[in-house]
Design a protein around this ligand. Sequence first.
Ligand code: FPP
Length: 228
Amino acid sequence: MAKNNILKHLAIIMDGNGRWAKNQGKKRTEGHKVGAEVVREITTYCANHETIETLTLYAFSTENWKRPKAEVSFLMKLLDNYLRKELDVYMREDVRFETVGDISAFSDKLKKTISETKEVTKNNKKLTQVLALNYGSRDEIVRAANRVIKNNEKLTEESLSAALDSPYTDIDLMIRTSGEQRLSNFLLWQLSYSELYFTDTLWPDFKSDELESIIDEFYGRERKFGGI
Ligand code: FPP
């Protein structure tokens, strides 16, 4: 194993649900449904992985509101149902649920489900699953900077980091599915030294055996963090 390579924080841009559905002659929403099953499989895999402590998943971006109204409401309902149904899995697999992003825009019902899931799972230890919801990195950084200013603190890397929605560890590995090679406003600050991996696999086809081989590849990389 190369020095400095310990995978503690994995982040994933789950992309390609719509294309998967189109390829199967199904509605886009079918892709999201299967995508939610994959979230369960990958979360369970990470909870049982010996070094992964945090898994951050891009579930809904600040730009996703631009989608047709019916798709947005489907995604909201899917998330609500997922969290309710998933509580057993969070408890069985010892997973704490957290979010990043501005959830104030969500319905009261969804906000309640989110806060209840956080409360019930708050002492779980094996993995923290962080869903990025109504998340945009620039928005997060601006809100963090405003918090620092409001507290009359000096703006430093440390004070800004601590004021982010996601005061978790830096990301070690970021995977994007579906062949797109962009960051799409995802965790720009936290990805500064992350290894990046792009796979052509569409999210509904992404399985834990592929994740395992990506992790093997990650362990073969040498991370220099600007050194030599
Ligand atoms: C990208 O596929 C996916 C999303 C915008 C939403 C992610 C949602 C899920 C994986 C399912 C629900 C998640 C949870 C946590 C219950 P896309 O629609 O942009 O695909 P396309 O680029 O092929 O159109």
